[in-house]
Design a protein around this ligand. Structure first.
Ligand code: SME
Length: 159
């Protein structure tokens, strides 16, 4: 049984413990899908106020839905489209306080109001993006971004 219930005093501690739990979960497992599935479950259970957490993989220059937690979502997203496609084409983190103000935002779940998308890159190749959605406006701050960039770095060696 895996029990990664994380209770932390502040956000840096939360992300430090989350990163440590992720390292433990993926250790010794070469299958990227399995690692993304466990990462999505861990992040969704640990971070408060999320309605969706998961991955879109770069399959031949198109984002394709990967392991996630939350409601069923759009399956294919072209590079440059929406928040995820923008993260993929620019390879820059997209931290969006109000998704309804983002040109071309793709609404998979009408409950989503803010979004954080982090590119996962290995050896110069975009492997996937990590996508977090929240029903709260401006749910994600700079500490969330730094924490999720750290998770993406860990995952870049494991997917
Ligand atoms: N909102 C995303 C689409 C993916 S869902 O949030 C799961 C976007 O605009 O790219």
């Amino acid at each position: 049984m895996y029990n990664h219930k994380i209770i932390a005093a502040d956000k840096p501690a939360l992300y430090r413990d989350l990163a440590a739990a992720l390292e433990t979960l993926i250790e010794g497992e070469p299958d990227g899908i399995a690692n993304m599935a466990n990462a999505a479950a861990l992040v969704f259970e640990t971070l408060p106020d999320l309605n969706w957490a998961g991955f879109y993989r770069n399959l031949g220059g198109e984002l394709v839905l990967g392991p996630f937690q939350g409601r069923a979502a759009c399956i294919r997203i072209p590079f440059g489209m929406g928040v995820c496609g923008t993260a993929a084409s620019t390879r820059e983190v997209q931290r969006i306080d109000d998704v309804h103000a983002f040109p071309g935002h793709i609404a998979c779940d009408s409950a989503s109001n803010s979004e954080l998308v982090v590119p996962i890159v290995r050896d110069g190749e975009l492997l996937a993006v990590l996508d977090l959605d929240s029903p709260l406006t401006a749910r994600f701050d700079a500490e969330d971004e730094a924490g999720c960039v750290r998770l993406a770095k860990i995952l870049s060696a494991a997917i």
